[in-house]
Write a protein that binds this ligand. Structure first.
Ligand code: SF4
Ligand code: SF4
Length: 366
């Protein structure tokens, strides 16, 4: 099937460098060193092609995107073309005056992550003493620059008891929005899932707590809740459907329909540094592979929900069903659904699992 129309958004991972070492990080185990990062001119060319293609928004992420000295230049180039820009930052080691500079360049929005609502938790999960205090200062700088702020709270077993405190924190920082997002298990999170997987009852408790807070704080703080698919009845539409709304670009220019797509061994991904984005989006074999509905097997093929969830996550199907075209095992209609439930239940009570902190060199490229 050819592209359904222009993509809405791009997640641009500008770098894999990061001052924190979160064990839930979605980056791949084989982190790219700085010498593999695209240079400024190449990113500018890619962003110009993205604007030509009709992209509406670019999420500037990493690693830690503020480590790129050229960030204001990149933001300016996107803003000049009318593209909405969202910065996703950990808020550590941000250069003095950078948020004002980014605002002046046209940045639209900032998402600031907190690894915990309590300083001890943030410092433990990020493996960086004093990280929480630095994040509080970053939040104040973002607000002082007049930029809209979302607090990202990635939830797992080590911090699932802090959701009420996350809500209080977001309110105290003057955030417009709080994203309570259960961790997705790929990259470093997949490696650490025995240490991070929460128990089902705790997830249900948090879902109820968030629902109550959403109602109570309507008009004051918007709270988004990203449910964990391993305890759900039906899967989510991963990235809004494979190569349907959005895609990502890694620090070396590799284009992928989602974070974990490289785990599907028969796919190879074009580089945006070498191939025009319109060609990648419109007809690259990896983007075409699971676009639309023709590739689907039963029960997805004849299911009424296929236009809602597009069969869920291809990477999870690959991992647990051994076939990327199978129904996502997170779906209760999948023959492999019992496997995902059993794995989650087993991982959530693992007693002696230690966390492997994310850093370059822990896993060397093959
Ligand atoms: S999840 Fe943690 S380690 Fe990964 S990029 Fe974000 S702040 Fe850095
Ligand atoms: S069978 Fe497929 S389309 Fe239907 S709900 Fe499950 S994953 Fe979605």
């Amino acid at each position: 099937m050819s592209a359904p129309g222009p993509p809405i958004g791009i997640l641009a991972e500008l770098t894999h460098r990061c001052p924190l070492q979160c064990p839930y990080c979605s980056n791949p185990l084989e982190l790219l060193k700085v010498n593999r990062e695209l240079d400024t001119q190449t990113w500018l060319r890619i962003f110009s092609q993205a604007a030509d293609l009709g992209i509406l928004q670019v999420h500037l992420s990493g690693g830690e995107p503020t480590l790129r000295q050229d960030l204001p230049v990149l933001v300016q180039a996107l803003a000049d073309r009318g593209v909405y820009t969202n910065l996703i930052t950990a808020g550590i080691g941000v250069r003095e005056g950078l948020f004002e500079k980014l605002r002046d360049a046209g940045l639209d929005h900032v998402q600031l992550s907190f690894q915990g609502a309590r300083p001890e938790t943030t410092d433990l999960i990020g493996n960086s003493r004093g990280a929480h205090v630095k994040k509080l200062s970053a939040a104040a700088q973002i607000r002082a620059a007049g930029l809209p702020l979302t607090i990202n709270a990635p939830i797992h077993r080590k911090n699932i008891g802090e959701v009420q405190q996350f809500i209080d924190l977001a309110l105290s920082l003057g955030a417009e929005r709080l994203e309570v997002a259960n961790v997705q298990y790929y990259g470093w999170a997949l490696m650490n899932r025995q240490a991070l997987m929460p128990e089902r009852d705790d997830v249900m408790r948090v879902a109820a707590l968030v629902e109550e807070a959403q109602e109570r704080l309507r008009g004051v703080l918007a709270i988004d809740f990203v449910a964990p698919d391993y305890y759900a009845q039906y899967p989510k539409a991963c990235m809004g459907g494979w190569a349907r709304d959005a895609f990502m670009i890694t620090p070396d220019g590799t284009t992928m329909p989602c974070h974990a797509a490289a785990s599907i061994p028969h796919l190879s991904f074009a580089s945006a540094a070498e191939t025009p984005l319109a060609e990648i989006w419109g007809r690259s074999p990896a983007f075409e592979a699971y676009r639309g509905f023709e590739w689907m097997q039963e029960p997805c093929r004849s299911c009424a929900r296929k236009e809602i969830d597009f069969g869920g996550c291809r990477c999870q199907a690959m991992k647990l069903a051994g076939d990327a075209a199978a129904t996502d095992p997170a779906c209760s209609l999948s023959a492999f659904h019992g496997r995902i439930l059993a794995l989650a239940a087993e991982d959530s009570v693992a007693q002696d699992a230690s966390m492997t902190y994310r850093r370059i060199g822990v896993v060397e490229p093959a």
